[in-house]
Design a protein around this ligand. Structure first.
Ligand code: SF4
Length: 477
C-alpha cells in the first residue's frame, strides 16, 4: 500500500484489519524481546543508553572535527570520499561514480538514506538496474511499495501477500512457507550479485578514528553486495560517525537489542577500505577493488544548531516505532514519509523543512505517553521534541489546517463565562441522543469520523470533586 496525502487519523480508519493485526504482531514481539534481553544482560541498561547518548551528542557537538578525521582515515585506507550538501548533489555523485566505472547493474543492501533520497528511481531513470538484496526491501521493490518500518520494511505484509507477490513475479508457484520464500529469493539474488557491476550500502556507523565502516544485517546480503562487484559505494548521513572504534562496542550492544531483541546482529561487518592492490604477500584479502564513501547532509546540518538537534543522535533501531500506540494502530505508511513513528514524526518535518506545513500534522500523531523515550537507546527526548514541533506548527498555522483539529475558541468562550458554561453542561446530555452526523459543528463531525465521541455522563465537576474530597467525607482511590 502506497501512502497517500491524508491525515494519519483518516489513514488509520481505512487500514484493513488484516494489516493492522500484522503490524501489531510485528511490533509486539521485538518490544518484549528488547526488554527481556536488556534486563538479562546488563545490570543497569539505563546507564548504558545514557552513555550512548553522551557519546553521540559529543560527536554531534564536534561534527566538523570528526568528519575531517573520518575523511583523512578513509583516504588513508584507500577510499574515495565525497561530501554532498543535499539530495540532488548526492544522487548526482552516485551517478557520476557509476558512470566513471561503466556500471549499469547495482546490488544494494538496505539503506534508509537512499530511501530518503529516492535514489532507486533516480538511477533507474538513467538506465541503471538497481536490485534490493535485503529480503524485505526486495519484496518492497517487486511490489512497487515503500518501507513502513525502519528495521522491518515489510512489517505491514503477511506471508500470504508475499507468496502472492512471488508467484506474480515468476519466482515459483504460490507457497506461503517462509523458508521456501527465502530460498527462492536467495536463488534469484545470487545471480544478481554475480552479474552486478557495483554494490551499494549504507553505514550503521563509521569510526572517525579508524575510518572503519560498520554494517549490520541479519541476512548477510551486505557482505555479498560489497564483495562480488568491483565497486562499493557507501551512502551515509553525516550524523552516523562515532569518535573511536571502542565506542562501537556501546552502540552495537544497544542497536541489536533495541531493534530486534538480539544480542548481536547476525552479520556485523567492519570494512577497512578497498581490497589492497597488490595483495600483501601471504595474506588473504577480500572486498571491492574501489570504495567510494559519500557523506550526505541533506538538511542535517540545519538541524544541528537548533533546539531539535537531539534527534540526530538516532541510530535507526526502530524501537520507538515498535512501542508507539499510534504507529501500531496506523502503520508506517500513515506517516507519508521515509521515517515513520515517533522518530519520523520529529525527523521528517525537520528534514523536509521547506514543506514543513505539509508535515506539521505528524508531531500530533502521538499520545505523548513517553514510551518512545523510555526505549530509545540514545535517550532522545522524543515527547519534548514532538511538543516543540506542535508549537511550531501551531504558530505557523499549519498544524490546524492540515489535521482539521477543531478550534478551541468555543471552549474558551464557555470556560470564561460561568453561566454559559453551566447552561451548556445542562444541555450537553442531549448530545447523547443525537446521531453524530447531525452534530451542528463541522469540525467535530470531522473529528468523529475517526474517533468515538464518549458518552456525556452529566454532573458538575465541582460537586463531584467536593464529594470525593477526604475533608468532605469522600475518599481518593
Ligand atoms: S529515535 Fe531512538 S528508538 Fe527511535 S529509531 Fe532512533 S534510536 Fe531508535
Amino acid at each position: 500500500m502506497i501512502p497517500t496525502a491524508q491525515s494519519i487519523d483518516r489513514f488509520a480508519t481505512t487500514l484493513p484489519a488484516e494489516v493492522k493485526a500484522t503490524v501489531y504482531e510485528g511490533t509486539k514481539v521485538p518490544t518484549v524481546w528488547r526488554r527481556d534481553i536488556l534486563e538479562r544482560d546488563f545490570a543497569d541498561p539505563d546507564a548504558l543508553r545514557k552513555l550512548a547518548s553522551r557519546i553521540k551528542q559529543h560527536t554531534l557537538d564536534h561534527l566538523d572535527r570528526y568528519l575531517e578525521q573520518a575523511e583523512t582515515a578513509l583516504r588513508r585506507r584507500g577510499a574515495e570520499v565525497h561530501f554532498a550538501k543535499d539530495g540532488d548533489s548526492a544522487k548526482a555523485a552516485v551517478a557520476r561514480v557509476l558512470s566513471e566505472h561503466g556500471a549499469r547493474r547495482v546490488v544494494k543492501s538496505k539503506s534508509m538514506l537512499t530511501e530518503e533520497l529516492h535514489l532507486n528511481a533516480y538511477l533507474e531513470a538513467r538506465g541503471v538496474e538497481v536490485v534490493e538484496t535485503d529480503l524485505g526491501e526486495f519484496i518492497i521493490q517487486i511490489d512497487r511499495d515503500v518501507p513502513s518500518h525502519i528495521v522491518k520494511p515489510i512489517v505491514h505484509k503477511n506471508r500470504r501477500q508475499i507468496a502472492a507477490s512471488f508467484e506474480r513475479e515468476g519466482l515459483g508457484d504460490y507457497n506461503e512457507d517462509p523458508e521456501t520464500i527465502t530460498r527462492r529469493a536467495r536463488a534469484h539474488l545470487r545471480r544478481k550479485y554475480l552479474e552486478a557491476d557495483a554494490g551499494m550500502t549504507g553505514a550503521n556507523f563509521i569510526s572517525a578514528e579508524s575510518g572503519r565502516v560498520v554494517l549490520v544485517t541479519n541476512e548477510g546480503n551486505a557482505r555479498f553486495s560489497v564483495s562480488a562487484p568491483g565497486l562499493h559505494i557507501v551512502m551515509v548521513g553525516i550524523e552516523k560517525l562515532v569518535p573511536t572504534d571502542r565506542d562501537l562496542g556501546v552502540f552495537l550492544n544497544l542497536l541489536a537489542r533495541s531493534g530486534t531483541g538480539q544480542q548481536l546482529t547476525v552479520y556485523t561487518q567492519f570494512i577497512g577500505g578497498p581490497r589492497p592492490q597488490p595483495a600483501p604477500a601471504g595474506q588473504g584479502v577480500d572486498g571491492a577493488e574501489k570504495m567510494v564513501v559519500i557523506f550526505v547532509d541533506n538538511g542535517r546540518s540545519d538541524i544541528l544548531g537548533t533546539e531539535y538537534r537531539d534527534v540526530l543522535r538516532c541510530i535507526r533501531c526502530g524501537a520507538c516505532q515498535n512501542v508507539c500506540p499510534v504507529y501500531r494502530q496506523a502503520s508506517g505508511h500513515a506517516y507519508r514519509t521515509t521515517y515513520q513513528g515517533p522518530i519520523g514524526a520529529v525527523l521528517s518535518p525537520l528534514l523536509l523543512q521547506p514543506e514543513f506545513a505539509n508535515y506539521a500534522d505528524l508531531p500530533k500523531a502521538s499520545s505523548l505517553c513517553g514510551a518512545c523515550n523510555e526505549v530509545c537507546p540514545v535517550d532522545i527526548p522524543l515527547p519534548d521534541l514532538l511538543l516543540r514541533l506542535r508549537d511550531r506548527g501551531f504558530r505557523q498555522g499549519a498544524a490546524r489546517a492540515k489535521a482539521g483539529t477543531p478550534s478551541m475558541a468555543p471552549w474558551a468562550f464557555l470556560a470564561t463565562r460561568p453561566r454559559a458554561w453551566r447552561a451548556a453542561m445542562s444541555a450537553s446530555s442531549l448530545g447523547n441522543a443525537l446521531p453524530l452526523e447531525l452534530l451542528p459543528f463541522p469540525p467535530l463531525q470531522r473529528w468523529t469520523q475517526s474517533r468515538t465521541l464518549p458518552e456525556f455522563r452529566g454532573g458538575d465537576f465541582r460537586s463531584w470533586m467536593k464529594n470525593r474530597s477526604p475533608k468532605q467525607g469522600g475518599t481518593h482511590e
